[in-house]
Every structure is written in structure tokens, then in C-alpha cells.
Design a protein around this ligand. Sequence first.
Ligand SMILES: *Cc1c(COP(=O)(O)O)cnc(C)c1O
Length: 359
Amino acid sequence: DTPAKIYYKFEGNNTSGSHKLNSAIAQAYYAKQQGLKGVTTETGAGQWGTALSMACSYFDLDCKVYMVKCSYEQKPFRREVMRTYGASVTPSPSMDTEVGRKILAEHPGTTGSLGCAISEAVEAATSTEGYRYVLGSVLSQVLLHQTVIGLETKAALDKYDIIPDIIIGCAGGGSNLGGLVSPFIGEMLRGEKKYQVIAVEPASCPSLTRGKYAYDFCDTGKVCPLAKMYTLGSGFIPSPNHAGGLRYHGMSSVLSQLYDDGLMEARSVEQTAVFKAAEQFARVEGILPAPESSHAIKVAIDEAMKCKETGEEKTIVFGLTGTGYFDMYAYESFHDGTMKDYIPTDEDLQPGFDSLPKM
Ligand SMILES: *Cc1c(COP(=O)(O)O)cnc(C)c1O
């Protein structure tokens, strides 16, 4: 019953189930051109590993995936999709790498983090002839590949003379949102148009809304170059009860800069509210959304409800990044009422900030 008009760009119509294939194909193509034997990577929720496995099988490249341990255990079927496409999948931290053994010695029984898995994948690549490490988000080349999302969205909107007022996307490392908003932000920077751009992140991993804008390591093992970004510190490990992906400690440098310059806003949302929005969306639209994507759905609904109160006929566009078929344990805990919201206290965040490199 809102006067708002809501449009979404759906990226889940491929077997890997998310926008990640846009970058995986490009990266596998260039790896093949370079004459590499294979690539290594990390995966958290599993979508990136799945997309890269598919892309590597197209180009006949070997693919080694380090999968965050809690996700490896929670999502056995994701793992099997990757293995179907020929990838090897190792739970991280593992005893296979020096950095994995070190992290396990310091944090016995840890359920892992993206930062740990990145360190392991980097070590595996640098110690294996003919291999390189590739990353599925955060870095500027990944945002560049993902601009296809925004270009297609803009072409579709232009075709029907639709001008959005609000553009919303979920933000983990920032690649889908960066890709979605790039053509629109370009118009803003050239002074042609004005849009309200909103990044949505989980309250349990609030890198934009509560992080610091600082130079930080992209990985827990501190082997990658520093990046200037909004970050919770490379030592940050999100609560294991957090279900919905988007658990990276930092944020793309490009989006961090846009946020710092005031060209983009950020909101954080709690997971039970996210799953409520997911369920509402599934019932209305028929698509079973990924928990990550549902962060954007939640804020699109919030904005539409504001329009209902004020009577404004705003046009809202959001990115629907993928499907949630492998997230049924999370849906189950939502339906059973056992899902808990978790907002870290300032004290919980402090150790992560203490891990920031001193400049
Ligand atoms: C990886 C992923 C995200 C978050 O990553 P970004 O790099 O921030 O886009 C969001 N939704 C889905 C479905 C994903 O697979």
C-alpha cells in the first residue's frame, strides 16, 4: 500500500546463484590468458567459491578454495557444488599452511574468518608454481567487473524513462553495491543528477557505520598490502551466530571514499529483521532471496513505508544479489524463533581497532 515504486536488479539467475560470476569469469579468463595452471581463493558464505569454481571449469583451470570453517560446516551443499565443478575445498583455518597453523595455535577451536582464509589462500598461491590468488570482492578490479550490474540497470531504467530517487544495495566487501551505483555516482560527480545511495550492512559486522577510516590489512595474517578503508580491524571475527554473510572486516576503498565524501549513506540492520523482510519478499515476488540480498530488501521496505507515511511517490531501486537455497539453516533458525540478534558492544570492537597498523 505504498505510493513508492520499487524496482530490483536480479543477479541470481545462474547456477552459482549470485552476482559473483560477473567477476569470476573475467578473472578466470585473464588467468588463462596469462598461462596460469590454477588459482586459489577464499570463500565465506560460499558464493564466490562457487562462482570461481564454475568459471575455472569453463577455462580448464585448477581451483583451490579455502572456505571459512563455520560456513564449511553449516553449508555442506555449497561445498559439493564447488567440488562438482572440480574445485578442491579446504576448511579454514587449516593445518595445510603455515599461517593456518599459526592462527590455530593462537586461537584454538576458532570457527575462522574471511581474513584468515585470505591469508591461507595467498600462501597457497605464492608457494605453488603457476598459481595466483584471486579475490571476489573489495578490490577495485572486482568493482570494475561488477559495473555491468549498474550499466544494465541504467539501460533498463532509461528504456522506460524511470529515474530512481533512492538506490540501495547490501555491502559486504562492496562489489555489488559499487558495481550497481557506479554509473549513477558518475552522473552525481558530473553534477548531472542527484540520487540517495544507501549501503546496508549487518549490525553484527558494521564496518561503515561503526568502523574507522584507516589504512588496514585486508587479511588476518597481515600478508596483503594495506588499503585505506572503513574497517573494524583485520583482527575482527564476527559472532558465529551471524547467519547472513557480509562478514568482511573492511570495505572497498572506492565505497569508503564515497561514504567519507558524503556521496553515500550507510545503515546497519539486525538479522531477524532481515529474514522477516526476506520472507515477505519471497511471498510477494516468488524469489527466495539470499540473506545478504535481504539486507537491501529490508531497507527498501523501510523506505517504501516512509513513503506511505509521507505520501511521497519515490522510486526505489535495489540490488537483489542472489538466491538463498543454501541458507536454509539460517531460514530454519528464523522460522523456529531461535535466531538471535547480536550487536557488538564498543568493548567487543576494541580488540579489532587495536589490531590496526600504527601509522
Ligand atoms: C558476496 C555476496 C554479497 C556481498 O558481497 P559484495 O562484495 O559486498 O557485493 C552480497 N550478496 C550475495 C548474494 C553475495 O554472494
